[in-house]
Design a protein around this ligand. Sequence first.
Ligand code: CA
Ligand code: CA
Ligand code: CA
Ligand code: CA
Length: 388
Amino acid sequence: MKSIRSTKSLCTIKSLLAAAAIAATAGSAAAQQTDGARGVTDLDPRGVYFNRFTGGFPGTEWFTTIPTNGTNRYRLADIVGGGWGALVTPEGAVDILNAPGDGQYSDADNYILNPSFAGSTFIFNNNRAPHTDVDFPLQLFSPVAGNSMLSGVYTTLTQSVNPETGEIQSGNTEDNTVLIVGDIFSITNPASEFFRGVFETPTRVGFRVVVPTPNDLRFRTFAGSAISLNQNLLGSVRLTSINSFEATLLLQSRTGLGNQSQGIVTMSGERVDPYPAGDLNGDRSVDAADRALFIEQIGLAESDDAFNIAADLDGDYDIDIQDLDLFGDVYCLADYAAPAGELNFFDVSAFLNLFSSQDPLADLAAPIGQFNFFDISAFLNSFAAGCP
Ligand SMILES: [Ca+2]
Ligand SMILES: [Ca+2]
Ligand SMILES: [Ca+2]
Ligand SMILES: [Ca+2]
C-alpha cells in the first residue's frame, strides 16, 4: 500500500464531497409505478436506501428500514425518524400501516413506495445504498470495548462514491490515525477531519450523528459518535484483520427535506507498521504470553465480546483448529517445558499434567471447558509438527 501513497497536498473529505456535486436536482426519478415483483422471496428489507422521490416536491434522502415488534413489521423512515410503520412481506409487498400507501420490491435491494403526505402522493424510488448490506448498523444496543491494539496509523485509500449509482468519483491515499478509547473508534485524516463511531461487536463499529436531535429515541446520535464536518452521518467499520479495516460513511447535508444532498466516503486502511502474526498482546513479539492468550481464544467467534481478531489467523472470524495450526507455524505451541525451543518427553509430561488437572492452558480444542481426546490430538499434532 505504501507504494501508492499520495504525494499531493492535503485532500480533504470536504473537497471530495464538493467535487462529487451530488444534489437533489441531479438526475430524475422515472415516475415508476408499482409493478408486481417476480421472484422476490425470503426478503430481508433491513438497511439504508438512497431515496430519490417525486410528488408534491422532489428530492433525495437516505431512507432506512429498521425492524419493530411483530412479524414482518418495520419502521420505514428518514434519518430523523419521519416515516411510517409498515408490513413488508418476504415476497417484497409493502403496506404502510395506519396511513395510505403501499409499495413493492423488484428485487432484494430495490423498491418503490407510494406514500401520501403533505397533501399529495409521492413516489419513493429506494435503492440500497452502495457499499452497505442488511447488517449496516442503524441502531446500537450494547456497545463493547474495542481492542486497543487497533490504535495506530493506517495507510488509507479514501474514495468518494456516487450515493445513487455506486460509481467511484475520486480518491486519494494518505495516512489516517485510528484511536481506540473504551468503546469508541475514531479515524482522523491529515486535514484533522474525524469520524467517531462505537463498537457494536469486537469487529464492527457503528456511526450515527443526526442533527437536529430526533424526537424518536431510536433515531438519535449514538452516544460517543461524532463528526468534524457539518453533515449528518450513518457509518460502518468492519475490521478485516488486526492490521486492516474497511469503512463506509454515508453523509447528508443538515438541510430540510427536498433540499438535502448525500455523499458516500469509503475507506480501506492498512496498518503502516503491522503486528506480526500471532502477536495477541501487541508487544510485537510472539511468546508464551501470546500462547496463553491464544488458548483462551479457542472456540470464540466475532460475536463474542472477548473475541480478539489478532488470534484469527485465517481470517474467517472464529478461532478454531485451523488457527491453532497457523499459530503453531509462528510459535512452538507444544513447547510446554524447558529446554525451550526443543520438544521432548518433558513437554509431553508437562502438557499431560496440565490436562489431567484440567488447566485451561491444555484446552486446545473444542469443546472448550471439556478435556478429551481432541485436546490431546491437537497437542500431538503440534508436537509432531515440531518447532517453527
Ligand atoms: Ca506478543
Ligand atoms: Ca479463524
Ligand atoms: Ca521444550
Ligand atoms: Ca477441549
